[in-house]
Design a protein around this ligand. Sequence first.
Ligand SMILES: Nc1ncnc2c1ncn2[C@@H]1O[C@H](COP(=O)(O)OP(=O)(O)O)[C@@H](O)[C@H]1O
Ligand SMILES: [Mg+2]
Length: 217
Amino acid sequence: MEFKLICKDIRKSFGRLLVFESINFELTNNSSLAVAGKNGSGKSTLLKIIAGLLSPSSGEVIYQINGKKIDKLDWFKFVGFVAPYLQLYDEFTGYENLEILAKIRGVKDYKRKIEDILKRVNLYARRNDLVRGYSSGMKQRLKYACALLHDPILLILDEPTSNLDPEGVEMVWAIAEEQKKRGILIIATNEPEELKICEEVINLDELKLKAKGQIVK
Ligand SMILES: Nc1ncnc2c1ncn2[C@@H]1O[C@H](COP(=O)(O)OP(=O)(O)O)[C@@H](O)[C@H]1O
Ligand SMILES: [Mg+2]
């Protein structure tokens, strides 16, 4: 199965603020892209547009399987997203958070799957505790479990190692490497270490300078 993500001439503005324009790229299975740029350059905005959580002001994002366009209503089946601003259900346990998602996403035989994923992110021992009582690192681990539950072909990570201890960072590296073998990985980051694991880089600062004619490429 060939999955393709196409970003065609994406532009986004909030009122009079132009965040970026002319974003063009295509990614297929076994590829990775880092989105770099200063704070406020639009990294999170671009990731949300790619995931379908936000609409571009103009241009188009396309998900394709074997050349066939996927309806936007079905994108959720193909994408996993981890970001500091995504919310978990605080009044439910870690296990229940995953169970709710599994039901929404129609994951089959999810009990086994949830247990496996909880072990993978090292939260199994705390699975029946309320998320309200989790540390920020534990919440970040649970977000990884949520994003990976349905084996997404497109994994999008915004500031992937924020709040994680060294062992958590190792977990992220392993997840990233696996994702590159299975599908597409997109990371928004300014950490040189994280930029290095991706084959391609879009730098939103350079893109802006280029648009102003200050960088000739
Ligand atoms: N919902 C919004 N309404 C208005 N402005 C926004 C909104 N979201 C982001 N912005 C603005 O867009 C720019 C890019 O933000 P963001 O994508 O969060 O940058 P980054 O992730 O690179 O730090 C910033 O100037 C930010 O203030
Ligand atoms: Mg951001």
